[in-house]
Design a protein around this ligand. Structure first.
Ligand code: EPS
Length: 355
């Protein structure tokens, strides 16, 4: 069974939900490990005061018994604590009583760089909030929970995945400067996966290619505008003799410019991917926009937001890469019971004599 993930949830709605199907039975999950990743995602430097409201914790509604997966769909929930301030504004059903709390007035001034304008045009909304709530990066919380589950599966075959920011010190300086000027910044993150054997993904079709899948997974995260695998863009300027990784007699590489992937297949070296995040589009000193109600020029919506979410992106990107690698691992090794999955991995490693 293919590993699948679907999610739902608005930023200020009642909760975020993810359903993970295709997990083998008998996989042990650690609630504290999932919650620790949720906390890491919230702690990044430059986050908004919203993070003091939320204390993300995973709830499991199905698919788990006494900490072990049942081989049935796993239902993960992360509640939005802030919803208590939006119970009228974000009520799923027509709200009763007088408007109160947040989200009672329609948003009509779309923010450049956000989903606001294209979202209302596409879906026929009149209130920009109907677009921005789902476009918000808030729902990455439940993807991080799913990523933690993926990491638990990968750990059974010795794979680990870690995300970090590139130049954390420089980033923090830029965040402080931008905050002082009421502006926002973006930045770079890197994810490394170790223990991935040769043979994840395939050259057979575009959809099979592991690099394409990782790029889509990273590009699918809010505010990501660029992705590279290994030395990526820098390879374009090198000669072939400088760009490729020589093979030694143990079939390992003496360098890793390819970032662990050749022809869409893992080659056994560390998988290295990077993502570039644009500066966040909700600005305290807003850019020019148009009022969708009056047609007049106006300043874009100003609301509480982050100065940067790059450190959060490192955690979200880690989860996204872990998820894709878990999908590829499940595809390669199968298994209805986790022991079958592990045994198939072991047999494969023996066949290719991989150390
Ligand atoms: C976000 C705006 C901010 C962030 C939010 C993403 O939320 P709010 O508008 O409620 O202040 O804090 O991220 C989260 C809540 C989160 O948990 O990551 C946006 O517009 O994308």
């Amino acid at each position: 069974m293919t590993l699948r993930l679907s999610s739902a949830g608005e930023s200020h709605g009642p909760a975020l939900v993810a359903i993970v199907s295709g997990l083998p039975a008998g996989l042990e999950l650690d609630r504290a490990a999932i919650d620790a990743d949720l906390k890491r995602r919230q702690e990044g430097y430059g986050r908004s005061p919203r993070q003091q409201i939320e204390q993300d914790r995973v709830e499991v509604l199905a698919g788990l018994r006494h900490g072990r997966t049942l081989g049935t769909p796993l239902a993960l929930v992360v509640r939005n604590v802030d919803h208590k301030n939006w119970t009228w504004g974000m009520a799923p059903w027509p709200p009763e009583g007088e408007p109160s709390g947040k989200g009672t007035k329609p948003v009509t001034l779309p923010r450049p760089g956000h989903a606001d304008l294209a979202g209302v045009q596409k879906f026929g909304h009149t209130d920009v909030r109907d677009s921005l709530e789902r476009a918000s990066a808030r729902h990455t919380a439940v993807h991080v929970a799913a990523g933690a589950v993926a990491k638990a599966l990968l750990a059974t075959i010795g794979i680990s995945v870690a995300g970090s920011t590139v130049d954390e010190e420089g980033l923090r300086v830029r965040i402080d400067e931008a905050r002082a000027e009421r502006d926002t910044v973006g930045g770079l993150v890197e994810v490394r996966a170790t223990g991935v054997p040769p043979g994840f993904g395939s050259y057979a079709t575009k959809e099979d290619r592991l690099d394409a899948r990782l790029a889509a997974a990273l590009m699918g995260i809010q505010a990501v505008k660029g992705v590279e695998i290994g030395d990526g863009f820098a390879l374009a300027l090198l000669r072939g003799s400088q760009a490729h990784d020589e093979i030694d007699t143990s079939k390992r590489r003496t360098s890793n410019r390819a970032g662990g992937i050749e022809a869409g297949i893992s080659n056994g070296e560390e998988i290295v991917v990077r993502a570039a995040m644009k500066p966040l589009p909700t600005l305290m000193k807003p850019l020019g926009s148009v009022d969708l109600e009056t047609g007049q020029a106006g300043d874009a919506l100003v609301e509480r937001s982050d100065v940067a979410a790059v450190e959060a992106l490192a955690v979200v990107a880690e989860a996204a890469v872990a998820w894709e690698l878990a999908v590829a691992a499940k595809e390669k090794f199968g298994g209805d019971a986790v022991g079958d999955f592990v045994a198939a991995h072991r047999a494969y490693i023996e066949r290719i004599a991989w150390h």
